[in-house]
Design a protein around this ligand. Structure first.
Ligand SMILES: NC(=O)c1ccc[n+]([C@@H]2O[C@H](COP(=O)([O-])OP(=O)(O)OC[C@H]3O[C@@H](n4cnc5c(N)ncnc54)[C@H](OP(=O)(O)O)[C@@H]3O)[C@@H](O)[C@H]2O)c1
Length: 268
């Protein structure tokens, strides 16, 4: 069992619905946090909230699409709190839209933020972790990256790439002392990108909470699991079915009216 107390965590997307909950949960567990996102005001408020609970926290505002920020962020984290023990690549963006309507600039944005930024940031923090033979990279993917998601095909593809890269890197580093994990939540209610749409997820894919995702991060740190699915309903059979028969998943998505629901999200 790996401990969280006194671990230094660099967390991206810290001000979002899920990131905020991860920050508060890890802060309560005794971690020191370097919070990252674009909005300095929101980061400052979260830092104050964390400090008021006795947690150690600092922030570095910037845009993860900017390569110089991505290079500097680990340096700023190290000068504020010391070595980075855990990197959580949580920032991400989604879009529900018919693929033919998706703007070229949005395709680029989704790929840059959801897959390129985690890779680049990981590359910056990995060297010292490998030297110490200790550390943990945690990537926030999505069930949409493990099960085909019509009308969010670019998002789904970006999260599939993030998951597959994580599995591959976990294998590459398996004897290095550095763990790589991926977390795949389904729809999340209460806060975050899906909750802002103010829609109820259909029963088959009922939503989980930001706290469920934060708890999954805690478990993933403690147990160094390669993959954790976070879902109100058992999701592993669906992931297995996707691998065994993509055609069957396409047919089921239609039959169970999930495709209709996903299409309705393009109108939100
Ligand atoms: N919510 C869900 O239903 C759900 C389900 C499955 C997976 N996920 C994944 O969970 C992660 C967090 O989702 P969420 O619901 O918490 O999203 P969210 O509420 O939209 O938060 C996104 C976070 O990313 C930051 N961010 C966005 N663009 C950025 C950029 N260019 N540079 C730096 N930071 C940026 C945002 O802060 P600023 O705007 O201040 O930059 C914010 O902190 C994402 O990777 C998402 O794909 C979410």
């Amino acid at each position: 069992m790996h401990r969280i107390k006194n671990k230094n965590v660099l967390l991206t997307g810290a001000t979002g619905g899920i990131g905020r909950q991860i920050a508060l949960t890890l802060g309560r567990a005794g971690a020191s946090l370097m919070l990252a996102a674009r909005s300095a005001d929101q980061l400052e408020a979260l830092r104050a909230e964390l400090r008021s609970t006795g947690a150690r926290a600092d922030f570095a505002a910037g845009d993860l699409l900017d390569d110089s920020y991505r290079r500097n962020l680990p340096l700023r984290a190290r000068s504020a709190m010391g070595q980075i023990d855990i990197l959580i690549n949580n920032a991400g963006v989604d879009e529900f839209v018919e693929f033919t309507d998706q703007r070229r600039s949005d395709i680029q944005l989704i790929l840059d933020l959801n897959i390129t930024a985690p890779m680049m940031l990981t590359r910056e923090v990995l060297g010292p972790m490998l030297e110490r033979r200790a550390g943990h990279i945690i990537n926030m993917a999505s069930l949409a990256g493990r099960v085909a998601t019509p009308y969010a095909s670019v998002y789904s593809g970006s999260k599939a790439a993030l998951a597959q890269w994580s599995f591959s890197l976990a294998g590459e580093l398996s004897d290095s002392g550095v763990a790589v994990s991926v977390i795949c939540p389904g729809f999340v209610d209460d806060a975050g990108m899906f909750a802002r749409r103010k829609r109820e997820a259909p029963g088959l894919v009922a939503a989980c909470s930001p706290q469920d995702v934060a708890d999954a991060v805690v478990q993933s740190i403690r147990q160094r699991r390669v993959e954790t699915l976070v879902s109100a309903r058992p999701a592993r059979p669906l992931v297995a079915l996707q691998a065994l028969s993509p055609s069957l998943v396409t047919a089921l998505t239609e039959k169970l009216k999930l495709r209709e629901f996903l299409y309705s999200l393009t109108k939100n």
